[in-house]
Design a protein around this ligand. Structure first.
Ligand SMILES: C[S@@+](CC[C@H](N)C(=O)[O-])C[C@H]1O[C@@H](n2cnc3c(N)ncnc32)[C@H](O)[C@@H]1O
Length: 206
């Protein structure tokens, strides 16, 4: 195996290890944060070559179930998924947040339709209930924080481009359990080609 392929393979394994650890014990994030940020800062210029053209097919299918159309959307671990949200909901204000400066720089070069910010999904700067849609494409979820910023009646969507083979992958049973405990309901599981997606809606207040 040449050096680039070995580095990519180790990167995928590290992302899988970090995802499994952090989903079970979010406090471990501080151990992975720096290395994961550096990993994505390094790959950002080649990211569009790494992903496949239809890598958001299942994610986009899940967006079709978001009704009524979102007005305020947040994409965490961002890039093309934020653009897909903006395309699907032309009236919405869309914010994309990513840990890695270079991922944000690449995203900003593509569009000014979305507001891109550097930030950490584990500690967001937004008010409680600030969004009626929060999306994750191939991104580690931080359940307490996402549940805080989703408004009552709002949605959360997760996309995994390679299904269970995706390095950053969380199985639907775990997603459902974590979200149910935080007041979400109306779950949907989707599959398109190799990709999978998961959607949940937060209960209305009262
Ligand atoms: C596998 S990439 C996915 C990028 C894009 N969503 C896509 O599917 O093409 C994961 C992204 O999540 C970002 N990320 C990882 N942990 C994060 C966190 N805690 N807060 C914000 N971004 C994070 C990484 O910097 C990276 O850009």
């Amino acid at each position: 195996m040449d050096r680039d392929r070995l580095t990519a393979s180790l990167g995928r394994r590290f992302a899988r290890l970090a995802t499994n650890a952090v989903v079970r014990r979010p406090g471990l994030w501080r151990l992975f944060r720096g290395a994961l940020r550096r990993q994505f800062d390094r790959v950002a210029p080649q990211w569009d070559e790494i992903i496949q053209t239809d890598h958001l097919a299942a994610f986009e299918r899940a967006l079709e179930q978001v009704e009524p159309p979102t007005r305020r959307a947040l994409d965490l671990g961002t890039g093309a998924a934020a653009l897909a949200v903006a395309r699907r909901f032309p009236e919405a204000a869309v914010v994309g947040v990513d840990l890695a400066d270079s991922m944000i720089a690449e995203a900003r070069r593509k569009t000014d339709r979305v507001r891109f910010e550097v930030g950490d999904a584990s500690a967001l700067s937004f008010e409680d209930g600030a969004f009626d849609l929060v999306t994750h494409a191939n991104m580690i979820p931080f359940f307490d924080e996402l549940a805080r910023v989703v408004a009552p009646g709002g949605y959360v969507v997760f996309g995994f481009s390679g299904g269970s083979e995706t390095p950053i992958y969380v199985d639907p049973g775990r997603l459902r359990g974590e979200l149910e405990r935080r007041g979400f309901m109306h779950f949907a599981d989707l599959e398109v080609g190799r990709g999978t997606a998961f959607l949940a809606r937060k209960a209305e207040r009262g």
